[in-house]
Design a protein around this ligand. Structure first.
Ligand code: ATP
Ligand code: MG
Length: 284
């Protein structure tokens, strides 16, 4: 049975500056256990939406319910502490403790967890994000930017959130860091965590269950990756695109005079390789 863990209904939000609100009548839902990606051009309202989903700002109109409760309710916001994790854009800027261990422990301690449990979570989550435990005693300032990012993410994960909202977690990471983070997101989803991921990568969005597309604060479309990425023209018109594998397949179909869709609309490189090996005449 599907269960809505986040519902966004006719939500508008403005900062009181500019011509238009940052969000304008946005509605969609997130189901438990799903990986939902939010994509959109720069300035389209993704980070604003991420903050609203976590109850860090409130809609001017409309309603956001998280785990059944409206975020406008103060008691609800308190109850969401720990259950909804937020990894902000550039979270590495937020580290403030003397050591990495203290930074990761901050959230669990704040939730009132004991020292043993907190220590257990610190060592579990630092491994989960692919960092060595030997870093725990260092100052966050002795780490690289990418390592600091992972520490910030570990700190949020250490609270054991049911819903995790991540705002462009892979931006600026090197290829290995990006792969590691993609694996972390995949593992979280496999473990049943509901993940909302703001991303500029259509390839990453394609790996999820749903894609929400924002354009100038409005919901342009929402659906399974396959449905959304079938609308290439509309996506390109708002400065977005489609996954590289799909773009390659379309190009190959055109050049070989194959009907559109013959290669099975692959969304990732594995599916593309399969399709090419199977379908392209003369390549066997
Ligand atoms: N603190 C703020 N004060 C005033 N306006 C803001 C503030 N934060 C965002 N905005 C405006 O709200 C709109 C949406 O911004 P938002 O940060 O949500 O976009 P975004 O989709 O996350 O962009 P990016 O991909 O660049 O991170 C923009 O027009 C921006 O100028
Ligand atoms: Mg943003």
């Amino acid at each position: 049975m599907s269960e809505e863990v986040v519902s966004v209904r006719a939500v508008s939000y403005g900062y009181g500056t500019g011509f238009r609100p940052a969000l304008d009548g946005v509605s969609f839902a997130v189901e438990r256990g799903h990986l939902t990606s939010i994509v959109g051009q720069t300035g389209s309202g993704k980070s604003t939406l991420a903050r609203l989903l976590c109850g860090l700002s409130l809609p001017d109109s409309g309603e956001i319910r998280v785990l059944g409760q409206p975020t406008s309710d103060k008691r609800c916001r308190r109850a969401l502490k720990g259950r909804v994790g937020y990894v902000m854009q550039m979270p590495e800027r937020q580290l403030f403790c003397d050591t990495v261990a203290e930074d990761i422990a901050y959230g669990p301690r704040n939730l009132g967890l004991g020292e043993d449990e907190t220590r257990r979570r610190v060592s579990e989550t630092i491994g989960f994000v692919g960092l060595d435990e030997s870093l725990l005693d260092l100052s966050p300032f002795e780490l690289s930017g990418g390592q600091r990012r992972m520490v910030a993410i570990a700190g949020t994960l250490a609270m054991g959130p049911e819903v995790l909202v991540m705002d462009e977690p892979t931006a600026g990471l090197d290829p290995r860091g990006r792969r590691r983070l993609e694996a972390v997101v995949g593992n979280l989803r496999d473990a049943g965590t509901t993940v909302v991921l703001v991303t500029h990568s259509m390839d990453m969005a394609a790996t999820g269950d749903r894609v929400v597309v924002l354009s100038q604060g409005r919901l342009l479309m929402e659906g399974a990756p396959r449905e959304v990425f079938a609308h290439e023209t509309e996506l390109v018109a708002v400065g977005l695109g489609i996954p590289a594998a799909l773009s390659f397949a379309h190009g190959l179909e055109r050049r070989r005079g194959l009907p559109r869709g013959r290669l099975g609309e692959p969304l990732d490189l594995d599916a593309l390789a399969d399709a090419v090996a199977r379908e392209v005449p003369g390549w066997r």
